[in-house]
Design a protein around this ligand. Structure first.
Ligand SMILES: CC(=O)SCCNC(=O)CCNC(=O)[C@H](O)C(C)(C)COP(=O)(O)OP(=O)(O)OC[C@H]1O[C@@H](n2cnc3c(N)ncnc32)[C@H](O)[C@@H]1OP(=O)(O)O
Ligand SMILES: O=C(O)CCC(=O)C(=O)O
Length: 392
């Protein structure tokens, strides 16, 4: 295993499209796949062949354009699903099976013995059809860990190359995920993938826990699309693996913004302004102390390098600005207020922000400059060494 890298399996086109109300046209699917491939995403889940001819057509179209990325189809434990996948031209499937007692009994009406026997039959059949197999353990986080180990052992003996641990309901935390993956890693030589959902806002953290515990692969979706609260966002996983652990994904940070924009438009799910990595406002600063610190040295308030992402810092004026912000904004307009005038302008900026909830425009700032010039001049000529005169 190469512990300096992590392999991303992006499932925007499968779990991402399962977001309620989201649907990609064939053209959008191909465009997203191309963008992911250009960005350096090595694997992508491209859809569910069992859904029928239309889905199969779009899978074939995506497969046809994949050169560097490996397309993977999602299948249930049905022969017909495998046949449909093979007909789509993929050479690898994620063959999914519930592994928690809750779902084995409550969803499939089966028992553990059936799961072990059936996964063996299905993996062997897939291999005979020329399909490599990742066994997807649906609801792994609610499974009995001892049974999970038996599932993985049987999958390995049957010829699967990977086991995917799905936290289907997003109920894990990073610490238990780390321990779980250490245990699975110690027990098996298979590739191990984490598929994390974000119901508790922990999908990225749990994916990192899995990576530290020995996961070789991580499922992601662009902008964190996916069932309910979504999956681990591609952009967060890539940047956190790189910046925190020096683990490379081969995915270009510079490409993340464009992929995010494309998926936001195609999905009709806008990206919140403060969304980590790709949000429009993540490098925008208003607070006086931060702006003053940034102007002295950007490293004072830089979690990520905006340049790595093809971005730059943006400074705006508002209620929380300080004098340094005002002077900087004025200088950019060729204006040079002294300290007293800058303080007078700051009062105007705060009034403006309170009244409009917007930063001042350049024209507003020029007006504040003109309006405060005489006040500032008057203040600057005051002689504070003389006691104030009593009113007559
Ligand atoms: C956790 C996940 O994200 S799993 C992926 C979920 N994604 C989707 O469901 C999106 C696409 N789904 C579909 O288009 C449809 O549900 C289809 C084509 C897969 C199946 O459609 P239908 O035949 O109408 O079945 P329906 O959706 O009503 O029920 C699902 C069936 O799959 C079965 N099933 C669920 N998981 C599995 C599995 N891993 N292996 C085998 N069968 C399974 C269910 O038991 C149920 O079977 P039944 O109808 O014989 O009782
Ligand atoms: O089949 C799998 O590997 C996982 C399916 C899935 O999307 C999930 O359980 O959340």
């Amino acid at each position: 295993m190469d512990w300096s890298s992590v392999i991303v399996n992006d499932t925007t086109l499968r779990d991402g499209e399962q977001t309620a109300g989201v649907i990609f046209t064939l053209g959008e699917k191909v465009a997203i796949a191309k963008a992911l491939e250009r960005a350096g995403v090595p694997e992508m889940e491209v859809g569910i062949p069992a859904m029928g001819p239309e889905e199969q057509e779009s899978i074939r179209a995506v497969v046809a354009q994949c050169e560097a990325s490996r397309p993977i189809a999602w299948c249930r434990m049905h022969m017909t699903d495998l046949d449909a996948a093979a007909a789509c031209g993929v050479d690898m499937v994620n063959l999914s099976i519930p592994v928690s007692d809750q779902q084995i009994k409550g969803k499939l009406g089966r028992d553990r013995g059936w799961v072990l026997a059936h996964l063996e039959t299905m993996i062997k059949t897939a291999l005979e059809k020329g399909l490599e197999v990742a066994l997807g353990g649906e609801d792994s986080s609610r499974a009995d860990p001892e049974f999970l180990l038996r599932v993985i052992e049987r999958a390995e003996a049957s010829g699967a190359r990977r086991f995917r641990f799905a936290d289907t309901l997003g109920i894990m935390d990073p610490f238990t995920t780390l321990q779980m993956f250490k245990r699975l890693r110690a027990a098996s030589g298979l590739e191990l993938e984490i598929h994390a959902h974000d119901d508790l806002g922990l999908a990225t953290a749990n994916s990192l826990g899995a990576v530290l515990g020995g996961a070789t692969h991580v499922s992601t979706t662009v902008n964190g699309l996916g069932e309910r609260a979504g999956n681990a966002p591609l952009e967060e996983v890539v940047m956190a693996c790189r910046n925190l652990y020096g683990r490379h994904t081969g995915i270009a940070p510079m490409a993340l913004a464009a992929v995010s924009k494309l998926v936001a438009e195609a999905s009709g799910r806008p990206v919140p302004a403060n969304k980590p990595i790709v949000g429009e406002a993540i490098f925008t600063h208003e607070s006086g102390i931060h702006v003053s610190g940034l102007l002295r040295d950007p490293k004072n308030y830089e979690a990520l390098s905006p340049a790595d992402l093809g971005r730059c810092h943006r400074l705006v004026l508002g209620k929380h600005s300080g004098v340094a912000s005002i002077v900087h904004a004025c200088n950019a307009l060729g204006l040079a207020p002294g300290e007293a005038q800058a303080r007078a302008m700051l009062a105007r900026v705060r009034l403006h922000a309170g009244a409009t909830k917007r930063p001042p425009t350049d024209a507003d700032l020029r007006r504040f400059f003109d309006e405060t010039r005489s006040v500032a001049e008057a203040i600057e000529t005051l002689d504070f060494s003389r006691p104030p005169q009593a009113a007559s």
